[in-house]
Write a protein that binds this ligand. Structure first.
Ligand SMILES: Cc1cc2nc3c(=O)[nH]c(=O)nc-3n(C[C@H](O)[C@H](O)[C@H](O)COP(=O)(O)OP(=O)(O)OC[C@H]3O[C@@H](n4cnc5c(N)ncnc54)[C@H](O)[C@@H]3O)c2cc1C
Length: 465
């Protein structure tokens, strides 16, 4: 039970008739009103007002949802355990945030329970709408290969812009607030949280609750299992974590270890044991001292299952047999050296055939060479784990969530968004796009039709951080 469950509810003793002033810093940048914990004089333990919406986690999804709900006149409080919001967003895309893609479809996501789960939210927020939002924030962007949309300024600026959106919508933000548990109450939810600085605990209350606590991928910047634990405590099933968009490790005895530093455009084919059909992707592959990385390996890692082989095509779209047929007086190695690095050829070509003249090779031998180039079978030993994973497969079972609103089918008033759900995009801006789409869907749906708690909106803590 919440520690202060028997205490007074409602706007609390610090309610005033004027809306909270927004903190203005960074050359006029408005930030959401930051709430100090009770020990810092902002609230006394037990004072907490009831907010319309509590959003747990101020990442890409939580900030988007909060701003959307705040614009509808709802009083919104974001609880974030980090020192500032949007930390994962700020490091995304190599610091330039691959924030979306020209084309986003449900097929770009792994959503094991229902491959079409993402559809309604993606249709309600197509890439053009995201681009319009980015332009409206005056953030310059560029399109790179495969339709990937990146900022040309630091991703941190997008995190700040989202914070400004929340400020403009009068949302409150409590950073340094570590969410520990959630309890259902007759008229909403009570959230137990600990102030990271003082260790003091506090209860926050909301009529509706949005879980936007992300996944455990990349724990260096605050990612945790908290969201999954809370969802499970409220009765939701959670599929186990599997690192995704992560470099693949090769077995110690792999002949490819000496290729570190080589990068080339490749095609990979993976058997899909779930859907029963193979998946094929083309992108750049990077050989590292431990295995395979680069966009192609990261994409492959999302669909790869332990023990399964990957089939690599090192020269997609080229006909190696025809090349050998056309240059009979040269060796296979000599012909292919014009197209592929020599170190790579020495590692993959059959040793007895590589240095023989093409004209001397039998048809079967030419096929063997072509197969080494176009159907190179590699079985990774594993991945580099959650510490190096840009995303995490697994999460809250989507069968228990309404795809149009992101509301729990088990707990009315509970919404689940972003990477917390068992929805994982492939590399290319799809995971951030999912954060925007699911956050927008929930922000539009939360407490739809209910009257905002206007008294609470005016509750103003004495001091902002
Ligand atoms: C290095 C890296 C690069 C990436 N690059 C890209 C990219 O270019 N394009 C792309 O589409 N995707 C990218 N991703 C993935 C993308 O960033 C995530 O999918 C997206 O940020 C998920 O948003 P979210 O809001 O669901 O979760 P998060 O952004 O992880 O937000 C969850 C928030 O909850 C907070 N939190 C966690 N536990 C608690 C707790 N107990 N109490 C309170 N708060 C808590 C966290 O501090 C965090 O702020 C990248 C990921 C990484 C790690």
């Amino acid at each position: 039970m919440p520690k202060n469950s028997g205490k007074q509810r409602g706007p609390g003793p610090r309610a005033s008739s004027t809306p909270p002033a927004l903190r203005v810093s960074n050359g006029g940048v408005a930030r959401p009103h930051r709430i100090p914990g009770p020990e810092k004089g902002g609230w006394r333990a037990g004072d907490s007002p009831v907010f319309d919406v509590l959003v747990l986690g101020a990442g890409a999804a939580g900030l988007t949802c909060a701003a959307e709900a705040g614009r509808r006149g709802l009083s919104v409080l974001l609880l974030e355990r980090g020192p500032r919001p949007g930390r994962k967003l700020a490091v995304s895309g190599g610091g330039k945030a691959n924030f979306s893609n020209r084309s986003v479809t449900p097929g770009d996501y792994l959503c094991p329970r229902d491959p079409m789960f993402c559809r309604p939210a993606l249709e309600a927020l197509p890439p053009e709408a995201v681009v319009r939002r980015i332009r409206a924030r005056h953030l310059p962007m560029e399109e790179r290969d495969h339709g990937r949309l990146f900022l040309t300024v630091p991703a941190r600026r997008l995190a700040v812009a989202l914070e400004e959106d929340c400020a403009a919508a009068s949302c409150r933000l409590a950073c340094g607030t570590d969410v520990r548990a959630v309890h259902r109450e007759a008229d909403g939810f009570a959230v137990e949280a600990v102030d990271s600085a003082t260790g003091g605990s506090h209860i926050w209350r909301g009529r509706a609750l949005v879980l936007a606590l992300g996944s455990p991928a990349w724990p260096q910047i605050g990612a945790s299992l908290a969201g999954w634990r809370v969802a499970a405590s409220l009765g939701h099933r959670v599929a186990p974590a599997r690192p995704a968009l992560v470099p693949l490790c090769l077995p110690e005895d792999s002949g490819l270890h000496g290729l570190s530093g080589i990068s080339l455009p490749c095609r990979v084919t993976l058997p899909d044991t779930v859907a029963g059909c193979a998946r094929t992707f083309e992108d750049d592959l990077l050989f590292t001292h431990t295995g395979l990385s680069g966009p192609l390996a990261l994409t492959a890692s999302l669909f790869w299952r332990e023990g399964e082989p990957l089939e690599l095509d090192l020269l997609p779209g080229r006909d190696t047999e025809a090349l050998l047929d056309a240059s009979g007086s040269r060796t296979a190695r000599g012909i292919l050296r014009e197209l592929l690095p020599q170190r790579l050829l020495d590692a993959v070509l059959p040793a007895g055939l590589a240095r023989r003249k093409a004209a001397e090779l039998s048809r079967a031998a030419r096929r063997e060479i072509a197969s080494a180039i176009h159907s190179l079978n590699v079985t990774p030993a594993g991945t580099e784990g959650l510490d190096k994973a840009e995303a995490c497969a697994g999460g809250v079972d989507t069968a228990e969530v309404d795809p149009r609103t992101m509301e729990s089918r088990l707990v009315p008033g509970l919404f689940l968004i972003g990477e917390l759900l068992d929805v994982t995009g492939r590399l290319g801006g799809y995971n951030l796009h999912w954060a925007w789409a699911s956050g927008t869907a929930a922000g539009r749906a939360v407490l739809a039709g209910a009257q905002p708690l206007t008294g609470c909106k005016r509750a103003s803590p004495r001091r902002a951080r």
